[in-house]
Design a protein around this ligand. Structure first.
Ligand code: NI
Length: 190
């Protein structure tokens, strides 16, 4: 992807308090499909900035709008939050154009399901198109952790949580119960 000057500048650091409130598994907000963003304006850029600040404060590497109660097809990711020279990404109206054939298993977590970490199978590589925070169309081939985070966050835009994709039902029940989440909040998709 071409590197272009962003209108959003966010320091990669924890704030005393996250500007936006997270929603947690069991909240209906997280189960609604999100609406497309029709206009990328200063309000959207401000939202992206606060989503990034919230993500860094909560120690996440990705955050989707429904997680902070906003029903918009929008997410932020930073697969390398320790590297201040590598800017985060803002993906608006993202669409996965192609999945790689190869699958891989990776342990995932989610800011909306704190302390629950479980294995999820997903395609290794993706090609995704989206608009950036300045309304410019972008195309990205992602692999590894970045691909994983984008797929996880894009699920949120469709009301899907990573626990819906966990194959190991025993581990899933154990981990959710241990952290005080209702097992029936899971909506298995396979
Ligand atoms: Ni998540």
């Amino acid at each position: 992807m071409a590197s272009q000057t962003s209108q959003i500048t966010v320091e990669k650091k924890k704030l005393e308090q996250a500007p936006l409130q997270l929603h947690y598994l069991g909240d209906r907000m997280l189960r609604q499909p999100c609406k497309r963003v029709t206009k990328i304006d200063n309000d959207i850029r401000q939202l992206a900035k606060e989503m990034l600040e919230t993500m860094y404060t909560e120690d996440g590497i990705g955050l989707a709008a429904p997680q902070i109660g906003v029903n918009k097809q929008m997410l932020v990711v930073d697969s390398d939050p320790e590297d201040s020279t590598n800017p985060p990404l803002v993906l608006i109206n993202p669409v996965i154009k192609r999945f790689g054939k190869e699958l891989c298993v990776t342990q995932e977590g989610c800011l909306s399901i704190p302390k629950v970490f479980l294995d999820v199978v997903r395609p290794k590589a993706i090609e995704v198109t989206f608009k950036d925070e300045n309304g410019r169309p972008q195309k990205l081939m992602a692999d590894g952790l970045l691909s994983r985070v984008i797929q996880h966050e894009m699920d949120h835009l469709n009301g899907v949580m990573f626990v819906d994709r966990v194959d190991n039902a025993i581990a899933l029940t154990q981990e959710l119960q241990k952290q005080g989440f209702a097992v029936d909040a899971v909506q298995p998709i396979r």
